[in-house]
Design a protein around this ligand. Structure first.
Ligand code: TXA
Ligand code: MG
Length: 379
């Protein structure tokens, strides 16, 4: 698709401004009322031509909402410095306003624009892992609106590894605030069809960029404390962070359900995310043992998420294949799709096999366990 209808009657893109100029404006003229029940005509960009990148960047500059591809999951992007644009993200997602957004930058040189007291370790991490699935929490500068950080005095920053989104950020010349592009509470979108399912008619545009190559969201590391603290396991394994940082603490919300009223450092970790309609039970242990347990205890109308080697065992049930037991990269790419698929199917409950927590297994098992509300059976 071309960009011919991107403007949808909105004013022509304003001339490019530097962020220092944009911040005081807060809101650049943008005529699309995003009221409850109002349906927008979402424009789909498929080819990464210069014109389309410019048109997508113009949506961002004008305070609109744009679905963006990243290597982790698709994001729902807006100008991070425009408090009104950021408010629209919360509206489109139905997201609680105390859950802060991360901002996306094209390289580490932008850190100083938005963060202060940046430790040397941030540059070491950026050097090693950016662009890539790593978000760093750092003290923010006042240029980043309260609305973006949910009122926190820190901000999460990530440089995504996707040529389309990097080009859009550079063309817009503002950082893009982007949560995962799902409706709040649903699994994150890992392809343009998922993004369309949740956001068509609610946002101005979606830029197609192929299926997400990592499949789970970025790893979040808090660099404002000592030792640095893992707030969310994701596409960059903990072991890779430890190799650069030495000791890394693990936030409790990563591995266990929080007690009523207990507050995680990443506010989003307190929500029961990724929840399919049917209740989920995660079964840990060796693949052979967890498969045997599920086989023995599976009600007739229950569904299964299992490793490729075991799908034949559950014939007669709805089964989603998580990938080979030894291939955690593939499991990461498939986990959200498996959960999302079950929303389209009628099962009484879901049993899921789960990898060990080494490498990407920590992120895959965290997403499954969160979908299960930490209802886990250890065999
Ligand atoms: O891979 C990703 O990180 C994707 C893509 C689109 O980049 N984005 C993403 O954003 O997963 P979101 O909003 O779905 O998850 C960000 C998490 C939330 O749990 C939020 O609470 C936490 O990061 N977070 C954001 N800012 C924070 C801050 N200043 N301190 C602690 N946690 C923060
Ligand atoms: Mg999310």
């Amino acid at each position: 698709m071309t960009n011919e209808n991107y403007s949808m009657g909105h004013p022509a893109p304003s001339a490019r401004r530097r962020d220092e100029d944009i911040a005081p404006y807060i809101r650049i003229s943008y005529s699309s009322p995003r009221k409850e029940g109002n349906i927008l005509k979402t424009v789909y960009f498929t080819e990464p031509t210069k014109e389309n990148i410019e048109a997508a960047a113009a949506i961002i500059r004008r305070g609109g909402l744009l679905g963006i591809p990243t290597e982790t999951v698709y994001g729902l992007g807006a100008n991070a410095l425009d408090a009104d644009a950021v408010r629209s993200i919360y509206e489109a997602k139905g997201r609680p306003s105390d859950n802060p957004l991360i901002i996306h930058v094209p390289d580490a040189s932008w850190l100083e624009r938005y963060c202060k007291e940046i430790p040397e370790s941030a540059y070491r991490l950026a050097d090693r892992f950016w662009p890539g699935p790593l978000t760093m929490i750092l003290p923010r500068k006042p240029i980043v609106p309260d609305r973006t950080t949910g009122g926190l005095d820190t901000v999460g920053v990530r440089c995504p590894n996707h040529p389309v989104t990097l080009a859009i950020i550079k063309a817009a010349d503002v950082p893009i605030a982007a949560p995962s592009g799902n409706t709040s509470g649903r699994p994150s979108p890992t392809c343009v069809a998922d993004m369309r399912e949740d956001m068509d008619g609610k946002i101005d545009g979606i830029f197609e960029g192929g299926p997400s190559q990592v499949g789970v969201e970025s790893t979040i590391i808090d660099l404002t404390c000592t030792p640095p603290r893992l707030l969310r396991p994701g596409g960059l394994p903990l072991e890779a962070l430890e190799a650069v940082l030495g000791e890394v603490a693990i936030d409790k919300a990563v591995v266990a359900k929080l007690a009523e009223g207990e507050k995680p450092k990443a506010p989003g970790m307190k929500y029961r995310h990724y929840a399919p309609k049917a209740p989920v039970t995660v079964v840990t242990g060796s693949p052979d043992e967890s498969a045997a347990y599920i086989q023995k205890n599976l009600p007739a109308d229950a569904g299964v998420i299992c490793f490729s080697e075991y799908t034949a065992r559950f014939s007669g049930h709805i089964v989603h294949d998580l990938g080979p037991a030894a291939d955690k990269g593939e499991q990461a790419r498939r986990v959200f799709d498996a959960l999302r698929e079950f929303d389209r199917e009628n099962v009484s409950e879901i049993f899921a096999q789960c990898p060990d927590t080494e490498g990407l297994g920590l992120a895959v098992s965290n997403r499954l366990k969160k979908a299960a509300g930490f209802h886990v059976i250890e065999v």
